[in-house]
Design a protein around this ligand. Structure first.
Ligand SMILES: Nc1ncnc2c1ncn2[C@@H]1O[C@H](COP(=O)(O)OP(=O)(O)OP(=O)(O)O)[C@@H](O)[C@H]1O
Ligand SMILES: [Mg+2]
Length: 486
């Protein structure tokens, strides 16, 4: 592709140097530049890509995309306002707009994204689509699992991934869209067919500052597509969801349990091992029997139904897919080694999700609810006392421990959590910093009929302590301990 063709497709302020040159590829990491590449200088949080421009040119870059002209570097330069946005547009153009060749579905919201994407994938697969999945647990092309390190990859990597998917014959891709991804323009040039909003509650305020700013970022993706044919699937039991609704807009499906919506769930029966409900869509009723417990999974199922109905899947196929999906790794994952009490591992790491998962467990036992949890370091501090308060309110005994302390002192994190548990009697909780010991203490405390929830890390297989990642898997640890005692 020639540089001038690339420029034609992006908003830019000015160009310096010749543009009638061939470009062999795109890079934003100077170490990955190959001869003939265009190098995009991204202004990051820690490093500024502009300071690597010279190194990129030494490696063979023939042109730069910059936010300010670099007179000291002697290659063609395109000056843009926002190089992240340009990178997304360039990547899409360079790979011939792969998202135009697939049904692209984005799921956004604080909680429930991963679960909903799994449900959508199952429905679409069974309905005959070849699917791609991009999210927290894994990235998949059909059955092939690819390594990945973040929920939503950088735009360049994402467009490359879409291209791989198109080449593999994928017809529909369902991806989690985190608020960071929207803010950092990773999904900028993605041409979505459907976007869904699950809910919004406190998380990531270290990054976004306030809930309103957090909401504005999520809202951007709906606003940007409001005049298009993109389907919006919105949870209107959520107060932020209601603010996304555009009165009279076509291609909008609202779902709810409490409010009257386009898709509703009635006659909800939350069982120990699943949930039954009757889905109401327009004037049709469809009984659904989910294998996943908890009310929030009824919400996730409504979201998945909305998405797949918008894609054009029939209601019977929606029912089939929802009823077949067994579980999502690390989400309300029951560990049964023959013990006479319940143990569940769950990824809840926000105040809202912790409350939801504990309330779901609360309904399932008349005996004691024992909670093991901690909070991540180097992230939103404000949610720590809120999570402490939730655990104190819903549970009977709490083992406060470490999650991923990262570079923070675990004791300081725990102090923040304890701030939310003031007034709780001493015999109702303990602090055990070592997560393995904490899980062991909780399990040893459990008596017949009790319910232990190990929250926070779900599917994760490592724990980040003092900046290092050590192997740690809640599910394996629980199994090891249970096997010792059963
Ligand atoms: N619809 C929901 N509303 C509230 N809590 C939920 C919902 N669905 C799942 N949860 C809770 O949140 C946890 C995380 O769920 P899930 O992984 O599906 O969310 P996510 O949005 O992908 O999270 P992340 O942003 O961390 O990737 C679950 O383990 C469960 O405790
Ligand atoms: Mg997720």
């Amino acid at each position: 592709m020639r540089l001038l063709e690339i420029i034609a497709g992006i908003e830019h302020v000015k160009t310096f140097g010749v543009t009638n040159i061939e470009v062999t590829g795109v890079a934003y990491d100077s170490r990955k530049v190959e001869k003939g590449n265009i190098f995009i200088c991204i202004t990051g949080f820690k490093t500024d890509g502009h300071s690597y421009a010279k190194a990129a040119v030494d490696q063979g870059a023939v042109a730069l995309v910059v936010e300010r002209h670099l007179p000291e570097v002697d290659v063609s330069q395109i000056v843009v306002d926002n190089s992240r946005k340009s990178m997304a547009q360039i990547a899409s153009a360079f790979y011939s707009h792969p998202t135009r060749k697939i049904k692209l579905i984005g799921i956004t919201g604080t909680n429930g994204k991963t679960t909903t994407t799994y449900m959508v994938e199952k429905i679409l697969r069974d309905a005959g689509y070849k699917t791609g999945l991009i999210g927290t647990i894994e990235c998949r092309i059909g059955d092939e699992v690819l390594p990945q390190d973040r929920t939503t990859p950088e735009s360049l990597d994402l467009q490359r991934l879409f291209t791989r998917m198109v080449e593999a014959g994928v017809t529909a891709v369902v991806m989690e869209v985190s608020s960071h991804a929207v803010d950092l323009m990773r999904v900028e040039a993605c041409e979505f067919d459907v976007i869904a909003f699950t809910n919004l509650s406190q998380d990531h305020l270290d990054y976004h500052g306030t809930m309103d700013e957090y909401f504005e970022v999520k809202k951007r993706i709906f606003d940007d597509t409001s005049d298009s044919g993109v389907s919006h699937i919105i949870n209107i039991d959520d107060k932020y969801g209601r603010r996304l609704v555009k009165p009279g807009r076509m291609n909008q499906l609202k779902y709810a349990v409490n409010e009257k919506a386009d898709i509703n769930a009635d006659e909800i029966d939350l069982r120990n091992d699943g949930s039954d409900f009757v889905m109401q869509v327009n004037n049709e009723s469809m009984p659904i029997s989910l294998k996943m417990p908890a009310l929030y999974n009824v919400y996730n199922a409504l979201a998945a139904a909305g998405v797949t109905l918008a894609v054009g899947v029939g209601l019977n196929s929606v029912k089939d897919g929802l009823e077949k999906i067994e579980r999502v790794p690390g989400r309300f994952e029951r560990i049964d080694c023959g013990q006479d009490f319940d143990v569940v591992v769950d990824y809840a790491h926000t105040p809202d999700s912790l409350e939801k998962v504990l309330k779901a467990a609360r309904r399932l036992t008349d005996n004691r609810l024992i909670t093991v949890f901690g909070c991540g370091g180097d992230r939103d501090r404000g949610k720590r006392p809120l999570m402490g308060a939730v655990a104190a309110e819903v549970g009977d005994y709490i083992v406060v421990t470490s999650d991923n302390p990262r570079s923070e002192d675990p004791e300081r994190i725990i102090d923040d959590i304890l701030d939310g548990m003031r007034g709780l009697e001493e015999e109702s909780f303990e602090v055990t910093i070592d997560r393995r010991k904490a899980i062991r203490n909780a399990i040893l405390k459990a008596k017949k009929g009790d319910f232990v929830v190990v929250a926070g890390k779900g599917h994760e297989t490592g724990q980040e302590v003092a900046g290092k990642k050590m192997p740690f898997d809640d599910v394996l640890v629980v199994k090891e301990i249970l096997k010792e005692i059963v």
